[in-house]
Design a protein around this ligand. Structure first.
Ligand code: ZN
Length: 593
């Protein structure tokens, strides 16, 4: 495994609150991976930001009689709040509305043009005669000509996931006033995907052995059945990044072209913030970097075809533009582990019908780790999943509390009482003790391998299985009764259990970091497992923007078994988790709809 890891996380449209489906789809798995790789001692950069330019934002601004800037800033602040509460450790969570991002996106546009992967063509675009203006694709809905879904956006169908050719949508209607738009000619720049097709196909074929089947189906599969054609990357819009060419007034870079560039521009911003202008190159021109793109399945074509196409088309030109003496190519995605969707109580999550569990609302009533635990245990890695309040309640009480939380609390409280806050001296360990410790130790390989392959559900299951092993061990050695008759035997099994718990704390840490950090403290360590999140505000010609950062300077990189010694002093423990009352199931169901 490479020692340099880029964790690229989907850029949320800053036009809606984030719900549990978004969290389990991309943001949480990204954080679990980032925390794990940092614990392994690797150099990690986790980047993302608010997508400030999408037409969903102008749609919302129109609806609220507000401005796109105000809408984006409001939701952006909400994201920063949620990500801190839930512990999503972005090294940089910025936005697409910054001078830096404008500059990088415009450079990439020019580099692709210079390299011959851009052409101009007149195309037909939706135009509203009622409003006398061109309509962005997302303002127009209609019937998908591939699968027949009636609420397809004109550029992409959420039902079958296909990218659509806008002019081919059936029964088009304007989202603004329901009027029927017409097609009108306008001239745009196109990204020449056809010319890049052989390279894109090779890029995908090289990764086919380990990519998720759904991701391959929507990338390599689409290329092999339909081939690739050029796609327009400019739009008749006034909110966005201006096309950096004279005579193109009133035109902007299309949001799907520029938002993906954020993975690169955020890394460049990271360098500027840390005072090392070249820092981005550690991840972006260092070919041994492994980059993981955490996204939902509705974003597959953009990350598995279009973004790689932009990177391939750039060759070494972008690095050259950035002043490199020996310009290099930019690093292509290593994996795009797109997740499926999460439904809610058997129905599709819908903000407009209030059928959703929102992250920030949830956290007014519950702690972050139970949310992270449930969303990982249910993560829609290979098929759609379902949030079920009864299941949440049971998993919290039967797994998190009963199997793991009680284990840690019971053992530490017992040891605190009988050995006055010191780890007991075990004397000679028995074969049974050694066997338990060996199987926990093996967890650092097995859990780690699963996380590296982005099979997070299975990684968490394995950690939980190991916690059950410790419970079984304690059932057999019964130190609670042995302490009265054979204190040496009790000391041996309590020592063994504390060591196992100390290791499990690390194995659980990427998933449930808050409680692992608490447990680390109860266990008497003075260092921290993880760093600290903080927010900074930056000013540029577009205004102020706030950035979520992560300071890992105090964090310990230790993905390794416990070395806790007899005599080590620890604190009086507190319970790690709260047991929930069964009444929450009905209460929460009443809140829905
Ligand atoms: Zn469709």
């Amino acid at each position: 495994m490479a020692e340099t890891v880029l964790i690229a996380v989907a850029w949320p449209y800053a036009n809606a609150e984030i719900h549990v489906g978004n969290l389990t789809g991309s943001y949480l798995p990204a954080d679990i991976a980032a925390r794990y790789h940092r614990l392994k001692g690797r150099k990690v950069l986790m980047v993302s930001g608010s997508d400030a330019h999408g037409t969903p934002i102008t749609v919302r601004a129109d609806a609220e009689n507000s401005t796109p800037l105000a809408v984006y800033q409001r939701f952006h602040e909400g994201f920063l709040d949620l990500f801190q509460q839930l512990g999503l450790t972005y090294d940089v969570f910025t936005s697409t509305h910054t001078d830096n991002h404008f500059d990088v996106a415009q450079k990439i546009f020019l580099a692709l043009k210079q390299n011959g992967f851009m052409y101009q063509q007149t195309q037909e675009q939706w135009f509203s005669p009622a409003q006398n203006r061109f309509l962005p694709d997302r303002y127009v809905e209609g019937t998908c000509y591939i699968c027949g879904y009636e609420n397809a956006r004109s550029d992409q169908c959420d039902q079958c996931g296909s990218l659509l050719e806008p002019g081919k949508l059936m029964n088009p209607r304007s989202k603004i006033d329901n009027s029927t738009p017409i097609l009108k000619e306008t001239e745009h720049y196109f990204l020449d995907l056809g010319k890049l097709e052989p390279e894109i196909e090779k890029f995908l074929t090289d990764r086919a052995s380990y990519w998720r089947p759904n991701v391959l189906r929507q990338s390599l599969g689409q290329i092999q059945t339909d081939g690739l054609r050029g796609r327009p990357i400019t739009r008749d819009l006034d909110w966005g990044i201006p096309v950096p060419i004279e005579g193109q007034g009133g035109k902007c870079l299309y949001v799907w072209f520029e938002a993906v560039i954020g993975y690169l521009s955020a890394a460049i911003e990271f360098g500027a913030l840390t005072g090392d202008q070249n820092a981005w190159r550690d991840w972006w021109t260092n070919q041994s970097t492994k980059s993981f793109y955490f996204i939902g399945k509705d974003n597959i074509p953009f990350h598995a075809i279009i973004w790689p196409a932009e990177l391939l088309g750039l060759s070494t030109t972008f690095d050259e533009m950035m002043g490199a003496e020996n310009p290099r190519r930019l690093v292509l995605p290593y994996d795009v582990p797109a997740n499926e969707f999460m439904n809610l109580e058997g129905k599709k999550i819908s903000g407009s019908r209030n059928w959703a569990v929102y992250g920030r609302d949830f956290l007014t009533r519950y702690d972050p780790d139970p949310l992270r635990y449930y969303l990982t245990a249910m993560m829609p890695e290979s098929r759609d999943a379902d949030w079920d309040w009864d299941d949440f309640y049971h998993r919290n009480n039967d797994e998190l509390v009963a199997t793991w939380g009680n284990l840690a609390n019971r053992v530490l409280s017992f040891a605190y009482k009988h050995w006055e806050g010191h780890v007991p001296d075990p004397g000679q360990l028995t074969a049974m003790d050694e066997e338990l410790l060996a199987s926990i130790e093996a967890g650092f390989d097995t859990v780690g391998k699963e996380i590296e392959a982005v099979r997070l559900r299975s990684a968490l299951q394995e950690a939980m299985r190991l916690a059950s092993e410790v419970n079984k061990y304690l059932d057999q050695t019964a130190p609670w009764t042995a302490v009265k008759t054979d204190k040496a035997a009790a000391a041996r099994s309590i020592f063994t259990a504390i060591r196992a718990i100390d290791s499990l704390k690390i194995l659980f840490a990427p998933f449930i970091p808050f409680t692992s950090e608490n447990l680390n403290e109860y266990l008497g360590y003075s260092d921290r497992l993880f760093g600290k999140q903080y927010v900074t505000e930056e000013k540029d010609s577009l205004g102020n923007h706030t950035i979520l950062r992560y300071d890992s300077s105090e964090a310990a990189g230790r993905w390794q078994p416990s070395q806790l010694q007899p005599g080590h002093v620890f604190q009086k423990p507190q319970p790690l988790f709260k047991k929930l009352d069964p009444s929450i199931v009905e209460e929460e169901r009443k809140r829905l709809g």
